[in-house]
Design a protein around this ligand. Structure first.
Ligand SMILES: Cc1ncc(COP(=O)(O)O)c(C=O)c1O
Length: 476
């Protein structure tokens, strides 16, 4: 009979021999779209990949899905990781929620100080964007009980097009792509979706997964919400919190009208509803300010950060009015939340974000160069480009067929593939948009290089659109 030792020896020698495709197709459930691509390394805004066996360098116009605000190959981040491993020695990975760790305490202080809320701030950590959103939801429930008022408020409101994560609570708020909700309960608590108050027209899926073309004016968003309340479709007195992205990322880079978002927030606040802002993608400088909510002069109660906070290491933080927080130990916790490594990296990310003026850089480069270049592409391609929207280094370009007023999803997909062939990695967003969220340091070495990298991104997009137009007979 085989001993476990022999079994292990056989298993681990066999694994090497199983072809990659077989491992992928038979054993691993992944979301990889282009199976020919493997990432190897990166430098600045560029990522080295193995593409069908060939080494290639691509400009990462997605910024590692908005996790790499500092770009690739950051020497100080590498040093911080080494320092933590050296200091932690063999207790590395200890479930630190049971004992204090100084990195997390330092980070809590820094985040509390940096988050411009007028209240006394407290911070709780989690391990991913979704888990941060779950913590925020639980925080709002807890706060209702703790403050002794309106305990009956159990409902949550989010927007069509919103992406807040995939765990069941967060998924109940998510309403971005039907596939994300398919086969799952999305009623972890009573929830409603309202129109995201975009300042532009856009395509979006509704609750039933049908495509809607949204073309509302500033006042109509609030009017629609009021009507929903009047008709009893939303019981505003039972609503605990509204959860908002201030620029929808996954939903298609939708930017709100300042007045319309202020109207909505005012309405909710006047009705005693907490306002939670999901800054998981928008946060830490990407939109031209440290927090996107600062553009809109609104005062949220809860702010959630993740993605770039720890440079892609699984980590999230929720910042809130300390009066809402937990007083009983054990009400909120997670084995790895606030890990020393994640906390130390986050401290370094915040330090570099501020010392390198990255929010300002995102604003200058994004609004000054990227936005205008994209609008030129829009002007030259009215037959396929619906519109361009964005702030700072968070921009999107949406494709449509203007004759049918339908989103051009296939066209968008082809442009992404064509651009990849030409050396730029774009990610899709929404129904028919491409998102452009490069690292905030894009080309920070020299003016010239910056022009080149952003220029390559927009030139490649332009050429790819042209190539796909030549190839596709019907725009759809
Ligand atoms: C705005 C926003 N919220 C929440 C999430 C969920 O984060 P995670 O995938 O880490 O759970 C994401 C991820 O893309 C996001 O962009």
């Amino acid at each position: 009979m085989n001993t476990d030792k022999e079994r292990a020896a056989k298993l681990f020698s066999r694994v090497e021999k199983i072809p990659r495709e077989k491992r992928e197709d038979s054993y691993a459930c992944t979301t990889v779209i282009d199976k020919k691509l493997t990432y190897l390394d990166g430098k600045g805004s560029r990522i080295m990949v193995l593409d069908n066996g060939q080494r290639r360098s691509l400009i990462d116009a997605s910024g590692g899905v908005s996790t790499k605000n500092l770009g690739y190959g950051n020497e100080r981040i590498r040093q911080v990781i080494r320092e933590v491993l050296r200091k932690q020695k063999d207790v590395f990975g200890y479930p630190h929620h049971d004992m204090q760790n100084d990195y997390a305490l330092e980070l809590a202080y820094v985040l509390a100080e940096l988050t411009p809320l007028k209240v006394e701030r407290e911070v709780v950590f989690a391990n991913s964007g979704s888990e941060g959103i779950e913590a925020a939801i639980k925080l709002c429930y807890n706060a209702r009980v703790r403050t002794g008022t309106q305990k009956h408020r159990k409902d949550f409101v989010a927007c069509y097009g919103a992406f807040h994560g995939r765990t069941l609570g967060a998924l109940s708020l998510t309403c971005s792509k039907p596939i994300q909700r398919e086969n799952y309960p999305t009623n972890a608590f009573p929830n409603y979706h309202i129109h995201f108050p975009a300042k532009h027209r856009y395509f979006v899926y509704d609750d039933d997964g049908d495509v809607q073309y949204t073309d509302l004016t500033r006042n109509e968003y609030l009017e629609k919400l009021k009507t929903a309340c009047r008709k009893g479709m939303i019981d505003i007195d039972s609503v605990n919190a509204v959860v908002l992205e201030l620029i929808q990322g996954e939903g298609g880079i939708n930017v709100p009208s300042k007045e319309a978002i202020q109207d909505l927030v005012r309405f909710f606040k006047n009705h005693g509803v907490y306002v939670v802002v999901d800054e998981i993608q928008t946060g830490l400088g990407r939109t031209g300010k440290l927090f996107a909510f600062e553009h809109f002069n609104i005062e949220p109660d809860v702010v959630v950060l993740s993605k770039s906070l720890a440079h892609g290491f699984p980590f999230s933080a929720v910042i809130y009015d300390h009066k809402m927080g937990w007083t009983n130990k054990g009400q909120q916790s997670s084995t790895f939340a606030g890990s020393p490594l994640g906390s130390a990296i986050a401290l370094e990310v915040l330090s570099q974000t501020l010392s390198k003026n990255l929010p300002q850089r995102a604003q200058e480069v994004g609004d000054g160069e990227l936005g205008p270049a994209l609008r030129m592409i829009e002007e030259e391609n009215k037959d396929v480009v619906h519109n361009v929207r964005g702030m700072g280094l968070m921009h999107g370009i949406e494709f449509w067929n203007p004759n049918t007023i339908k989103p051009a999803t296939n066209f968008r997909n082809e442009v992404v593939l064509e651009s990849r062939k030409r050396g730029v990695l774009f990610l899709d967003a929404g129904i028919s948009a491409i998102r452009i969220t490069p690292p905030l340091i894009i080309g920070s070495d020299s003016e010239n290089k910056r022009k080149n990298e952003l220029g390559i991104i927009t030139d490649t997009l332009k050429e790819s659109i042209r190539a796909v137009k030549r190839k596709m007979k019907r725009i759809n």
